[in-house]
Design a protein around this ligand. Sequence first.
Ligand code: ZN
Length: 239
Amino acid sequence: MNIPWPPPYALKISSRAKHIGFRIHPYKGLEVTVPKRLQPQNITSTLEKHRAWIERHLSRVQSAIRPNEPEFPQMLNFQALQEQWQILYEANDLEKKLHLKISEAEKIIYISGNAQNKKLVHEALNRFLAHHAKKHLIPWLQQLSVKHNLPFSRSSIRHAKTLWGSCNSKKNISLNSRLLFLPFELIEYVILHELCHTIHLNHSQRFWQLLTQGCENCLALRKQLRKADQHLPLWILQL
Ligand SMILES: [Zn+2]
């Protein structure tokens, strides 16, 4: 794996720090803390001194694996739905607000107004994602519920950092909007997994038996799901 050198890093000036410190954030990459009194030119030589350590740790994080992924995404790729959405920006410095316009027919998301504000752009795309997930994941849940005869009560879409789905004792199921970026079989696995929790509210042997009836390779898919963050665009991991 090729790590660009010197790697991009976020600089933190600290009045308390005595030495240059490094931290590897899973998605933001390298963070360098520098004592206030230190000259900035010392950073490069210190990076060089710790190059092996930095490269070893950076190679394990998403931000180094995908260093060229734009912070202002040009595309949203929903592989399971076979949909590719294009994002077009039209920035206007004078505007404080950001406007989002969706063209379903063309699969284009138009972002205008304060489109140079990264945070506003990411939040707006996240809202689009929730809306799109409601439209596609909830019918998918209903369909699998009928197919496997596993009824549920209510359904909702959530943004979560770690949970792909959940089911409570009232048989209310919620699904993570980020599922939209995952391959078909992983989405199906998560939905069926939550539907099986309407019968067994735990991960007992009986739960896995039930899940295996509807999904033969569920144990392999469970393993794949642990690494499913790799399917997500970087901007969403930084929210
Ligand atoms: Zn579970």
